[in-house]
Ligand binder design. Structure first.
Ligand code: ATP
Ligand code: MG
Length: 709
């Protein structure tokens, strides 16, 4: 191998620290990289593969890199291409298994591959009916999750009876009845020639175990295996991995036990932690330097883990302290709001500020515990005119609107003559015919998602117009088809809204962690110490996604006007202490925004009252630059006039008044009386979007007051 180390291959190792370099240049397995968040694990394995390929040690087509999400896989493929090692397979367990199944099924079983069943609930309802088991939507969902758990734990209905006595079965069913239901579901599925998500892995593993030809062919195909996020591997995935390896040891695994967040689905860090025992000759590399986050962010992450209760989960060894390699950044901020809507509006306002001061929207994420929380953020961002992407981009090309758009573009590319327009212009024209418009809709939900998808296609066309010479619509369609084949979604330019679970492995400049109250974080159903530990790790994953700016927030009540009964998350209390904040406020007046900023943030901002110079700490006072005691300097009549204008205008738009302009902004408007767009933009809280959306009616309202005739 020493020959291979010479020459340009080595340049791949530049930009790695000593430990990363040691890992990346250990090309023979078994190898285990154990390290905390942001220490460059993913970077190290990507460089290791690239180095192996460029050094001629790996045949790129014989390497299989397994990552956790399709998005991470796409990211790895593009990084490998960038590092001069294209052609390596980077997939999720599921995608890799499905490909093999599609290939071998006709040969081993014959006939068409069973169709994939997306949702278990309907089939399960039928199975329950046959068995005369009474169910409702909630119990069916719980039964479905339990079946998923059993399957990824490689337990058949019989195995469940024998091996899961300790588990509490869902919806009060006894083990026997549950096992019968599980069996009935499996039978029904087979009768209908369907397979569920877990079957894809089970069937593939089964084929590899039972058919030597299949095993030989797959083992011949793949020589080197790399698994990222190995702390969250399930017994079923592990079984598949072992079948792929077929006793060979060319395996590199990477993980962080403190980021185990899927044990509720049957995943376990045991395989990661016992790697050395299973492979006594394994090299183990540890990385401790955190390259992602500032010392301020890292400190909070360390405190959160240090505060965990000793004696919790045995398989969660004492976490390593992360050491930030970055220079100091802004202090994280903690804020409390009266209700969910106010919290979301506060976040949207901060996002707008970040965007105005130069942070790209794609570098901002709002993360939450349950998917149901997204609606409030969608609404607030849409009202503020800020684009966002709700879903991970992995299934972009499966979305109905994207398929429809590609079909329309294809037809157009076949019939249209070259009009001399740019491709982007042609794409805008075609997509207009299926409902795209240059202006984002102000509504949320499906309409907005559809628009975001189509806008992403327009954005991609614009980008490729710049990058490629003589680019044509036909080439664009070919590009889309190619990307669709590899699920390479264009990035949607916008803030990411994602659940904490789906954020693992990713990073953003600025991260908002919302809804940090008891009941949501930890979630109500986390009761045992192990479940609470997993919630803590989930928040740890959230905090460590932030590179520079971190905002933690919570709301006292769910609905505006509701009683503020929610308690601050127990996990946040030691973090508040660190940031110089006391106990969270007992009561928050409705409509009051950010109640407490930590001392450092206060010093940094040093917002002072224009009247007496006192340091301001309450959101609305900061915006209007005046403390409660100093007399207002604005025209009170104009202020009242604007308030009544806002009421009817907001009513007309069917949004809440404060989402148009806050009282603090109205006070500033009544003080400065702006009548041009340029003057409006001078008012804190008013950016280009606001001017675009409400500028004309607002100016008219001010004019009407100043010149009544
Ligand atoms: P996670 O546990 O969240 O998956 P990770 O350990 O996989 O994190 P990476 O995503 O590989 O970490 O790296 C985190 C960030 O630090 C990335 O932006 C990466 O490019 C950067 N980074 C890692 N190592 C170095 C290095 N040696 N020099 C400069 N930047 C680095
Ligand atoms: Mg990673």
């Amino acid at each position: 191998m020493s020959d291979a180390l010479a020459g340009p291959a080595e340049s791949v190792l530049d930009g790695l620290d000593d430990e990363q370099r040691a890992a990346a240049s250990t090309l023979a397995g078994p190898l285990c990289i154990l390290a905390g968040a942001g220490t460059g694990k993913t970077r190290a394995i990507t460089h290791r593969i690239a180095y192996g390929v460029r050094a001629g040690v790996y045949d790129p087509h014989r390497v299989l890199a397994v990552t956790f999400t399709a998005r991470a896989a796409a990211e790895m493929r593009s990084r490998l291409t960038g590092l001069g090692a294209p052609g390596v397979q980077a997939r999720t367990f599921h995608a890799a298994a499905l490909r093999q199944l599609q290939y071998f099924w006709p040969m081993v079983v014959g006939g068409a591959l069973p169709q994939i069943l997306d949702y278990k609930v309907r089939l399960l309802a039928e199975a329950a009916k046959r068995l005369r088991i009474t169910t409702d939507r909630a119990s069916l969902r719980d039964f479905a999750s339990e079946i998923e758990w059993a399957k990824v734990s490689t337990l058949t209905p019989e195995g469940y009876l024998a091996g899961a006595e300790d588990r509490e079965t869902p919806a009060g069913a006894d083990h026997q009845s549950f096992a019968r239901l599980y069996q009935a579901y499996e039978d029904l599925k087979e009768d209908r020639h369907l397979m569920d998500f877990e079957d894809v892995l089970l069937f593939t593993a089964g084929m590899l175990e039972s058919d030597e030809r299949v095993a030989a062919q797959v083992q011949q195909q793949y020589r080197h295996f790399v698994v990222d996020e190995y702390q969250d591997v399930s017994p079923l995935q592990q079984r598949l991995l072992e079948n792929w390896l077929g006793g060979r040891e060319e395996l590199c695994v990477v993980g962080d036990a403190s980021q185990t967040i899927y044990s509720f689905t049957g995943a376990t860090p045991d395989y990661l932690l016992s790697f050395r025992r299973r492979y006594p000759g394994a090299e183990v590399v540890r990385l401790v330097r955190d390259y992602r986050s500032t010392p301020e962010v890292v400190k909070l992450a360390n405190i959160l883990l240090a505060d965990r209760r000793p004696g919790g989960q045995a398989a969660w060894p004492a976490p390593l302290q992360l050491i930030s390699q970055r220079s100091s950044g802004p202090s994280p901020e903690i804020s409390e709001h009266a209700d969910d809507e106010a919290e979301a509006a506060g976040i949207a306002q901060k996002v707008a500020e970040l965007s105005q001061t130069g942070t790209a929207l794609r570098e901002i994420a709002v993360l939450y515990r349950t998917n149901g929380q997204s609606q409030a953020f969608e609404q607030a961002l849409a009202t503020a005119g800020i684009s966002y992407q709700l879903r991970g981009s992995e299934r972009f090309f499966s979305r109905a609107e994207v398929r429809e758009a590609i079909a329309a573009l294809r037809t157009s590319s076949l019939i249209s003559e070259d009009s001399g327009d740019t491709v982007a212009a042609a794409v805008r024209g075609v997509l207009s015919s299926i409902g795209w418009s240059p202006q984002a809709p102000s509504s949320t939900g499906a309409v907005r998602e559809r628009w975001e998808s189509l806008a992403a296609l327009v954005g991609l066309a614009e980008q490729l117009d710049i990058e490629r010479d003589e680019f044509t619509l036909r080439e664009f369609v070919a590009e889309l088809e190619e990307r669709s084949a590899v699920q390479h979604a264009p990035t949607v330019e916008g803030v990411t809204l994602a659940s904490l679970h789906s954020a693992k492995g990713l990073e953003w400049e600025a991260v908002f962690l919302a809804g940090l109250c008891e009941g949501l974080m930890p979630i109500t159903f986390a009761q045992t110490q192990q479940e609470l530990d997993e919630e803590r790790r989930l928040l740890y994953v959230g905090i460590t996604r932030a590179k520079t700016q971190l905002f933690l927030s919570s709301a006292a009540a769910r609905h505006p006007g509701g009683r503020g009964r929610r308690k601050a998350s127990r996990f946040v209390i030691p973090l508040r202490k660190e940031l110089g904040l006391g106990a969270p406020a007992r009561r928050i007046a409705p409509g009051q925004g950010v109640l407490s900023l930590n001392a450092a943030a206060r010093r940094r901002k040093a917002a002072v009252c224009a009247g007496c110079g006192a340091v301001l700490t309450v959101g609305a006072q900061i915006t209007r630059r005046r403390c409660e005691d100093c007399p207002p300097r604005y025209d009170e009549q104009l202020f009242e006039h604007l308030r009544s204008w806002r009421r009817s205008y907001a009513h007309q738009l069917q949004v809440r008044a404060f989402m148009v302009f806050s009282d603090a902004t109205l006070e500033l408007l009544a003080e400065h009386k702006p009548t041009t767009d340029a003057a409006l933009l001078e008012i804190p809280g008013i950016g280009e979007r606001k001017v675009e959306q409400h500028g004309e009616p607002l100016k008219a309202a001010i004019q009407a007051h100043l010149n009544p005739e």
